[in-house]
Ligand binder design. Sequence first.
Ligand SMILES: [Zn+2]
Length: 63
Amino acid sequence: MERTASYECPQCGEQILMFVDPGNGDEQRLIEDCQVCCKANEITVTYDRREKRYIAHAVAIDL
Ligand SMILES: [Zn+2]
């Protein structure tokens, strides 16, 4: 099983690779600081059963 997912940072546009803990379920929501611009994003991770991989989507958090 693929345990990584990538998303585009909404604040700097960089493609970010993240690791997913399968123990947290098929649908996860977490806060991560972008590795490139260090701004906080809310990441929604869902497991695509058909493609057998995690899909991540990031939304900027306004602080
Ligand atoms: Zn960024």
